[in-house]
Design a binder for this molecule. Structure first.
Ligand SMILES: [Zn+2]
Length: 326
């Protein structure tokens, strides 16, 4: 029985997950070295599992692995999980080393344990249980372990899509996020719009502000005015959690190293998650209009660059894959 098999594999699953957590796979743009070491570890591990095939679809040094069990039909059930993790953030805020997993009270603590380690391991051992039980499944079972999910998916799922691996009739499941009881089926995602906002003024000594244009002040005014995005794009959709669009200033690049210089440039980022009721283009246009106002108010120049932009998509709650999952 599959469930007995799974119960027997508990220890092995915990060890595999711990092994994965120990290898940081942070995006190069976020100061990491990428997913290669983790992918090679995983690839080596599953070589002995008995999959019908294991293929690599690496893209510019960013690894992707597809492991397959052949079924009786042409149709494929996919489980897509990602190997990359977000950076650990401020290490002082961690009680333990984020990349040295700790097992405590039947829980594992470490960076990427929940997102997306547990789902990766769950789908992997579900497949292993099918192999070990010598079950010939009705449909092919394919596991895709991808890179680059946290920062736009260009070298991950987007690359796999370009390889034409997926068919219209396939069931594609992405176990990433959900609730504790596992009853939540997510069918839609908000659009993503990440902007890099560069404000240019004129550097000068802080004691003589009249000789320059304070880029940081202009950026602060702009950042404050971006708060109006919430009232402009205020529709609600209960399909989403939270049910509103969100617009949050996030990363801030350092400007000048000393207190007594007025910065000539300032860079910050905006993370927007937009309901499908709106197009990212209207949001971007609104932001540009605010920027023009701030430019004329402060004399600074504001450059807006999109660093990640994806429109919203949704699967019908009545789609076969959703019904099967239910
Ligand atoms: Zn994730």
């Amino acid at each position: 029985m599959i469930d007995n098999r799974l119960m027997e594999m508990e220890k092995e699953m915990v060890e595999t997950l711990k092994g994965l957590i120990r290898i940081p796979a942070v995006h190069p743009n976020s100061g990491g070295e990428g997913e290669m070491k983790k992918a090679n570890y995983l690839n080596e591990l599953i070589n002995g599992f008995g999959f019908d095939s294991i293929e690599r679809y690496d893209a510019e040094g960013r690894p992707n692995i597809v492991a397959r069990i052949n079924g009786k039909t042409d149709k494929t059930i996919w489980a897509v999980t990602h190997m990359d993790v977000v950076p650990a953030g401020d290490l002082k805020l961690w009680k333990t080393n984020p990349f040295e997993p700790v097992v405590k009270d039947a829980k594992i603590y470490g960076r990427g344990t929940e997102d997306n380690g547990q789902e990766l391991v769950a789908s992997l051992y579900a497949a292993k249980a099918v192999i070990d039980e010598k079950i010939k499944p009705e449909n092919n079972i394919c596991l895709a372990f991808v890179s680059d999910e946290e920062t736009g998916s260009r070298y991950g799922i987007t690359h796999l899509l370009s390889q034409k691996l997926f068919k219209k009739e396939d069931y594609i499941i992405v176990p990433d996020g959900g609730n504790e009881s596992g009853t939540l089926i997510e069918v839609a995602e908000k659009a993503v719009l990440w902007l890099k906002i560069k404000t240019k003024g004129k550097q000068c000594h802080a004691s003589m502000p009249e000789k320059g244009t304070n880029a940081f002040r202009a950026a602060t005014i702009f950042g404050y005015k971006l708060g109006t995005l919430y009232s402009k794009f205020n529709k609600k959709d209960p399909l989403f959690s939270p049910p509103i669009s969100t617009f949050e200033p996030t990363k801030k690049e350092s400007n000048v190293p000393n207190v007594n210089t007025i910065p000539g440039t300032d860079v910050f980022y905006l993370d927007s998650r937009i309901l499908p009721e709106y197009k990212t283009e209207e949001v971007l246009q609104f932001i540009k209009n605010i920027a023009a106002d701030v430019e004329s108010e402060t004399g600074a120049k504001i450059e807006i660059e999109s660093v990640n932009r994806e429109e919203s998509t949704r699967t019908s709650p009545d789609a076969p894959v959703v019904k099967k999952l239910k």
